[in-house]
Design a protein around this ligand. Structure first.
Ligand code: DX5
Ligand code: ZN
Length: 219
């Protein structure tokens, strides 16, 4: 299981320090939540703050683009150091074209899917993907309550994937109360905003608590 803390809940005055602290605490990837106030009802940032942190850590950067027309901004994220770039299947751009463009630009393509979008909409696109982000909440805000149907959707997508090497990332509302069910259903990358970054005992303890609940391999 890979743990990808969401920088949405980081201290924006100290992003670089938080990147280093999360790396030391045992994070695997860092997740950057990009919101445009149009595709989702909230605004965050573009590629600049992420790019500014690129030299602070060697962790893989995953850009989660919750924006309309993701293709228009793709190059900025590749140049800013995002290795894995995911847009939403619900965004206006053609998903196939976006995924091919990520690959051509030298990135690893991903696609995110909202709680109310049926899993079969991504089936045709699986050969083009390295990662599917299954949303555990409606995108827009950290700290929302996990939608339990997400577990079933993860299982459904895991069986669609078969033996292709595609990651299933779950994003939104993940904590120690649901991580075990998500892993058993087939998730292998866990995004965590509030649970890790607001944990009273610190990032390392939070990440350890999540990892402790990972079902044994072969289980
Ligand atoms: C939601 C974002 C998530 C979220 C994670 O729109 O994509 O990455 O902020 O934060 P928590 O873990 O607090 O739901
Ligand atoms: Zn996200």
């Amino acid at each position: 299981m890979l743990v990808a803390p969401s920088m949405l809940v980081a201290d924006f005055a100290r992003l670089g320090e938080d990147c280093r602290a999360l790396e030391e605490a045992g994070a695997d990837w860092l997740h950057w939540d990009v919101m445009d106030g149009h595709f989702v009802p909230n605004l965050t940032h573009g590629a600049l703050p992420m790019a500014a942190c690129r030299e602070e850590t060697s962790l893989i950067f995953n850009a989660h683009l919750m924006i309309s027309e993701p293709l228009r901004y793709l190059d900025e994220f590749v140049e800013g150091g995002a290795e894995i770039i995911a847009a939403h299947i619900e965004a206006e751009d053609d998903a196939r074209e976006f995924l091919e463009a990520v690959r051509e630009a030298g990135g690893r393509p991903g696609l995110a899917i909202n709680p109310d979008t049926p899993a079969d909409q991504i089936e045709q696109l699986l050969p083009l993907l390295e990662m599917i982000t299954v949303m555990g909440v409606f995108p827009g805000f950290a700290g929302q309550e996990f939608i339990e149907d997400t577990v079933k959707k993860v299982a459904q997508i895991r069986s669609m994937i078969g033996d292709r090497g595609v990651h299933i990332q779950v994003d939104g509302g993940v904590d120690t109360g649901n991580i075990e069910r998500l892993c058993r259903a087939g998730a292998d990358v866990i995004v965590s905003g509030s649970f890790v970054l607001q944990h009273p005992e610190g990032y390392a303890t939070a990440i350890e608590q999540l990892r402790a609940l990972e079902p044994d391999s072969g289980d």
